[in-house]
Design a protein around this ligand. Structure first.
Ligand code: HXC
Length: 417
């Protein structure tokens, strides 16, 4: 074959691969208000920074006439890029190709880019939009999930792992995002559940829509599975960019320092935030804004267990993790959900060299049979464990009171003192 023919064949193969599932499937994807996988990556990373891997990988399915089927890139796009200069590895499932379903080669592409992220010690971002395990590949597909879960677990606390749910994410597939550090969802687009509405109807006779069962709002407000909620895909990508500016690439680096800026004290003056009446609530987020650089507070899980507030901000240009009781919600008591929320965040900050600032205004644990029976003892213990285990600098400010639950337990002196 001549060189010219080889070159034109290659170009055609590239054009075909870049079209994913083809124009009809792309139009269907867009009609549901979703971007394509490729558009998502381009919208998220710096211009011209995306380097794609394994564009020509083909699926390994043979049964159910799969041998005759062409699935471009096996339904997932992988590669490297930068976000505001911050290096990342990324994959995006392409729903236009067999519903983004996960076959063996699809999984191999994902695990290869995860391994690469671990080797480079940079964050991995996974964009999920998939019908789950590829039915035609049966147990090979399930084995592919196993490989991904194993790597999620090995990478935990070593590199940041970010999951973006931009379509269905069902069955066991939900467990990869659940093993990662931050889960982003978009209203009306993200759907996560273990068993879908049809199974629930068959087994339990209950009727519920996908949105009510596992939509973005449910995952953000009720289950706590999601950390960031956005109204649109573009807003979601902006949130990811902001998060990347606050966290380090890996567990041996520190988050990048920014030029220090004073808080905007005209809007957030600490003297005016505390009510004169000690029984009156106030918004602890305003307290945080009154002390941090440029009054910029990037809240995590803002819609879940709002009686505790967690998130990132900068002090003198350096990232700090904030944990604060919120007197505005349930008087800032600790309960099962707020304990889980805080403990997980504290452990993340500890793993990634982010100092912790705790603002305490705590009436104690929420009393009651519901909480006791929901396991407030074992959930509450997670906070104590997380603080005690953390070796990053920890600073506690008692804003008004610290009764009952000892959120400030880490100020206790170790036995040697
Ligand atoms: C193979 C799949 C697929 C799958 C979708 N497709 N899911 N192909 N395996 N799991 C294909 C469809 O056949 C269709 O192909 C194309 O993707 C688009 O799907 P539609 O159904 O037309 O799209 P939509 O109406 O938007 O519905 C999306 C959906 C639905 C809700 C995700 O496709 C669905 O329910 N899929 C099956 C979900 C499922 O049961 N997955 C297994 C979960 S168990 P054509 O050729 O017609 O365009 C699991 C176990 C993991 O994941 C365990 C890990 C331990």
């Amino acid at each position: 074959m001549s060189l010219t023919k080889k070159t034109s064949d290659l170009k055609k193969r590239m054009r075909d691969a870049l079209m994913g599932g083809g124009q009809v499937a792309i139009d269907k994807q867009k009609a549901t208000g979703k971007m394509t996988a490729r558009e998502r990556i381009i919208a998220l990373v710096d211009p011209k920074s995306f380097h794609e891997y394994d564009l020509f990988v083909e699926h390994a399915g043979k049964d159910f006439n799969m041998g005759d089927k062409y699935l471009p890139g096996d339904g997932v796009i992988t590669g490297t890029g930068t976000i505001n200069g911050y290096p990342i590895c990324i994959y995006a499932q392409d729903f236009t190709v067999a519903g983004g379903s996960l076959g063996w080669m699809h999984a191999k592409k994902i695990t290869k880019i995860m391994d690469h992220a671990m080797k480079l010690k940079v964050p991995i971002i996974g964009i999920n939009d998939s019908g789950g395990a590829r039915i035609q590949e049966g147990v090979n597909s399930l084995a592919g999930y196993g490989e991904i879960f194993y790597r999620n677990t090995q990478a935990s606390g070593v590199i940041p792992q970010i999951s973006v749910i931009l379509g269905p994410c069902a069955g066991g597939a939900v467990y990869s995002p659940a093993l990662t550090d931050f889960v982003f969802v978009v209203d009306k687009i993200s759907k996560m559940f273990i068993t879908g509405p049809e199974v629930i109807k068959t087994v339990l006779g209950e009727e519920i829509s996908m949105e009510e069962l596992g939509g973005a709002r449910v995952q953000s407000e009720i289950t706590g599975n999601a950390h960031f909620f956005a109204e649109s895909e573009n807003e979601c990508f902006e949130q990811i960019k902001t998060l990347c500016s606050f966290i380090p690439w890996n567990n041996i680096k520190k988050a990048e320092a920014f030029p220090k800026k004073p808080p905007r004290t005209r809007s957030y003056n600490i003297d005016h935030i505390f009510p004169t009446n000690p029984r009156q609530p106030y918004d602890v987020k305003d307290i945080i804004r009154s002390i941090v650089d440029d009054s910029e507070f990037f809240e995590v899980q803002s819609m879940f267990a709002a009686n505790i507030v967690i998130g990132f901000a900068r002090l003198n240009g350096h990232t700090a993790g904030f944990v604060a009781n919120q007197p505005l919600v349930l008087a800032g008591v600790l309960d099962v959900d707020s304990s889980d929320k805080a403990a997980r965040f504290i452990r993340y900050c500890d793993a990634f060299n982010v100092p912790l600032v705790t603002l305490v205004d705590l009436p104690g644990y929420l009393p009651g049979v519901d909480q006791e029976h929901a396991g407030v003892i074992r959930h509450g213990a997670k906070i104590l464990y997380a603080y005690s285990e953390a070796t990053v600098p920890k600073m506690t400010v008692i804003l008004r009171k610290a009764y009952g639950g000892r959120l400030h337990c880490h100020v206790l002196k170790p036995p040697a003192c």
